[in-house]
Write a protein that binds this ligand. Sequence first.
Ligand SMILES: *Cc1c(COP(=O)(O)O)cnc(C)c1O
Length: 461
Amino acid sequence: MTVHQKNLNIEELVAKDTAHHLHPFTDHKSLHAEGGARMITHADGAWIWDGNGNKLFDAMAGLWCVNIGYGRKELAEAAYRQMLDLPYYNTFFKTSTVPATELAAKVSSLMPDRFKQIFFVNSGSEANDTIVRLVRHYWALKGKPYRKVFISRRRGYHGSTMISASLGGMEAMHGQGGLPLPDIAHVMEPDWFQLGGDMGREDFGLHAARDLENKILKVGPENVAAFIGEPIQGAGGVIIPPKTYWPEVQRVCRKYGILIVADEVICGFGRTGNWWGFETLNIEPDIVPMAKGLSSGYLPIGAVAVSDTIMSDFVEHGGEFFHGYTYSGHPAACAVALENIRIMQDEALVDHVRQLSPYLNEALGALSDHPIVGEVRTQGFLGAIELVRDKQTRERFAELGRVGGLCRDHCISNGLIMRACWDTMVFSPPFCIGRSEIDEWAVRARKALDATYDDVRSEVV
Ligand SMILES: *Cc1c(COP(=O)(O)O)cnc(C)c1O
């Protein structure tokens, strides 16, 4: 690893950052009170370093995105070469570039046959914005302009733009900026651990799917454009649905002619042990937004895969679809994504995830004997640890999110990045890890849990 930034004055940088950098998803009062952000300076494989010289195991792969791991020169070189050949050209108005063409074909080749057409964007949020416009336009072309309503789940995450935050089911986000926008409805999330009560897992899966059918009937099936869901909800707390859930959701959607959008922004590109989360969860979607893993986060790029049935209407009816971004199909981002996929394929990283996931499940699963752990669940390289005050009843600690925050801080003190979604610790490690790194991670996680337990011992049942 070569570190190009040497002799940094971290204190000065943090002060500058606090003074000028307006951070996303941040409580600005506490950022100022706590003396600013943690400055991350470099990274290699699954490890990141901060400005104080601390080395941390990044069990989140950045924000669920650095799937191949940090420090891959090949991706930097792909960007460098492409920027010299052609740093930018647009893909509007019947022009194209070589990397955009090659990447569209490559992504299509990784998907079921019906996904031949790929639309490029710069993020997951833009992918979902694109989908809302595209699907509503599709229904208008079919003479059903009243089919406008999107149904999604509570605690779903689909991005942070006005429409994608509306599609998402995060109450706190809806509370800011007048969301959700009209014609978006939310239904129950298939979270057995939190909502299942006395129901068995599989019964609860059907129960959650029934909430979708009830909502469809309430809205009027003829008004519903599409159902959107992450195969496994990520930012909502890695909610791995009961096996009964998705097949029933799919049956209900088909019954009423409602399109299915599988948001693969986290699950896509191998995260669950297959190329796509919809393969793991047995879903046959009509539209697939993707982003994070497409370039392993090395450059911003996302995409929307559109099935033949939808595309044939666009081709048949003609008329311009007035939608696109200056950087749709950005040549350097496409070149990096192509190189990322080449590495994924040449190094069989999806097989690696699938083969190593039982080991990860066992190593992290062993934490379920801990006094404040209610459940550990994993699917591929995606998972969650539930923190509870009562293991038997799955009762949470008072003030949801407080103990999760404590645990996250103890993780960091122990050289480990895991994220807290309220009181659910979540993880999504890079694919480049092996058994020894998983072992090291589990040791650090237990230390963090022990320290958290020390803080809240008096509350535990
Ligand atoms: C991160 C995420 C998004 C939004 O992607 P951005 O690139 O942050 O806009 C959308 N959907 C899911 C499932 C995500 O996890």
